[in-house]
Write a protein that binds this ligand. Structure first.
Ligand code: ADP
Ligand code: MG
Length: 484
């Protein structure tokens, strides 16, 4: 048995994120996902002789925006490089990327780590074009090539080897995904391949300062796969070292079905790609005014917003993390909040019933039509017990979504949802329910307490969901116990 605790895992990630542009990095082909194969591959994408690339400046702007959000240094002068290699889905025989002059250098991303957090340093963020897709599942002995994705703009985010565990790798990918989506840089859709990552993994004895030899696991397309890959690779490397072997630097793949890694090739060096400055594109200059313009257009960062929420509204770290998972949600919260002392109940409403209703209806946060004044009214109705939480969330909320005016109170009255006058009504439903099942009531009184649920359900049906479950339960147990 190897002593795993004697080793430290070291990980550096290379994250590829597809930029949210309508057209490709160097031509006007559409980047829309899901079109029939090879319908979005014009002459530039196909690398036809005589065609020339020209830069989509929106892509450059999104890369700068991401760099600014990470505190990176933005290059005022940047250029592209040719990375030469053969691949069937790379028609030109080279990829236009950036080598020695990436658009962003340095910076960091803060990740939650245990009860606290850690800052993971970034080496660089650079722009490059994606390759096409090889389709290996179209028939036996056949591979199809779809070049729709070829030339799609990507940023590659490269971290320093600062990550120390599978959980931290998972946290980094979650956090960068949130930031990319928040900033409108990438949709973060990992199933569609808009975000994918390679993990460089090594192990070393605790206390050792030199890095061990790494392996690189390619193309991990979910946070879970990344975590699994780091776990099994570090265990495998420790086994090798403990067995007296040496680790070979190599590139490996990950099989999601068996959750195993397998060797692909022995690692190539940068030299093998024969990088040279792309002769068909000039260097690009960024002025201070342009950087200023991009900065001004940026939304508040998620971690800044979270910190502000936590202090201003004394919400728990957990609530704040949930609210700030998604910018539209965080902004909805901010927009809807009537007064700061209602932050907690409003957060509960948004994270609970509102979120599930929007999910059910396939709607976005922006579609929520309830004003702060109406939120105040609604929260107040519930707080004063004028309407039960269940009636408010199950009945009133959907009504309000359809018809936000004249407001919750008027709507609740119009639909007979207020419960003040309803006490007698609830008692009647409970009594009717007990009378309709005398044998079950008797069984309950003899000790089959589990039958309470049956009566609860029956009263809910009789009241068409209007009766407050807490009130029903109280009355039911009272009537059952008082009348043996
Ligand atoms: P390339 O993979 O293109 O050769 P680099 O050598 O710059 O590029 O490294 C890429 C990634 O590998 C970076 O995220 C870096 O932090 C990470 N890395 C480099 N050496 C190690 C190591 N010994 N263990 C873990 N990660 C490493
Ligand atoms: Mg690499």
């Amino acid at each position: 048995m190897s002593d795993r605790a004697a080793y430290e895992t070291v990980v550096g990630l290379e994250v590829h994120a597809q930029l949210l542009t309508a057209s490709k990095l160097f031509c006007s082909d559409s980047t829309a996902y899901g079109a029939p194969p090879n319908t979005q591959a014009g002459p530039v994408t196909l690398g036809h002789p005589g065609t020339l690339p020209y830069l989509n400046t929106r892509a450059l702007e999104l890369a700068v925006r991401l760099g600014l959000a990470c505190g990176s240094t933005i290059a005022r002068r940047t250029y592209f490089a040719r990375k030469n290699y053969f691949y069937p889905d790379l028609p030109k025989g080279y990829q236009i990327s950036q080598h020695e002059h990436p658009i962003c250098r340095g910076g960091q991303l803060r990740i939650p780590a245990g009860p606290s957090h850690r800052d993971i340093r970034l080496q660089r963020i650079h722009l490059e074009e994606d390759a096409g897709k090889s389709l290996h599942d179209i028939g036996p002995q056949l591979t199809g090539i779809d070049l729709n994705r070829a030339g799609t703009p990507l940023v590659e985010i490269v971290t320093e080897p600062d990550i120390r565990s599978a959980d931290e790798a998972y946290a980094f990918l979650s956090e960068i995904r949130r930031l990319l989506r928040w900033m409108g840089v990438c949709d973060g859709n990992m199933e569609e391949g808009s975000l994918r990552c390679d993990a460089n993994i090594s192990v070393r004895k605790q206390g050792e300062t030199l890095l061990g030899t790494r392996v690189e696991v390619k193309n991990l397309n979910s946070q879970r796969h990344l975590r699994k890959a780091v776990e099994i690779e570090s265990a495998r490397l420790i086994e090798i070292l403990e067995g007296g072997g040496t680790v070979r630097q190599e590139t490996r793949g990950f099989d999601a079905d068996t959750e195993r890694t397998f060797p692909i090739r022995v690692k190539e060096d940068a030299d093998d790609y024969r990088y040279f400055p792309e002769p068909d594109l000039p260097p690009f200059l960024l002025s201070e005014e342009e950087i200023q313009r991009i900065t001004t257009a940026m939304p508040e960062r998620p971690d800044e917003m979270a910190a502000r929420f936590q202090t201003a509204y004394s919400l728990s770290a957990y609530d704040v993390a949930q609210l700030c998972e998604d910018r539209a949600l965080a902004e909805t919260f901010q927009r809807a909040l009537p007064t700061s002392d209602q932050a907690k109940p409003l957060a509960n409403w948004l994270l609970g019933p509102v979120r599930s209703l929007l999910n059910d209806q396939g709607k976005e946060w922006q579609a929520l039509p309830i004003t702060p004044a109406h939120w105040a009214e609604l929260l107040d109705l519930v707080q004063c017990g004028q309407i039960s939480f269940s009636a408010a969330s199950q009945k009133l909320l959907p009504l309000l979504m359809e018809q936000p005016r004249p407001g919750p109170k008027a709507l609740a009255i119009a639909h007979n949802l207020l419960q003040d006058a309803g006490h007698d009504e609830v008692r009647k439903w409970v009594q009717d329910s007990l009378a309709s099942m005398p044998d079950k009531a008797a069984a309950y009184r003899k000790g089959k307490k589990g039958l309470l649920g049956l009566f609860m359900g029956d009263v809910r049906k009789r009241s068409k969901g209007k009766a407050d479950p807490a009130q029903v339960q109280k009355l039911l147990t009272q009537l059952l116990n008082d009348h043996p």
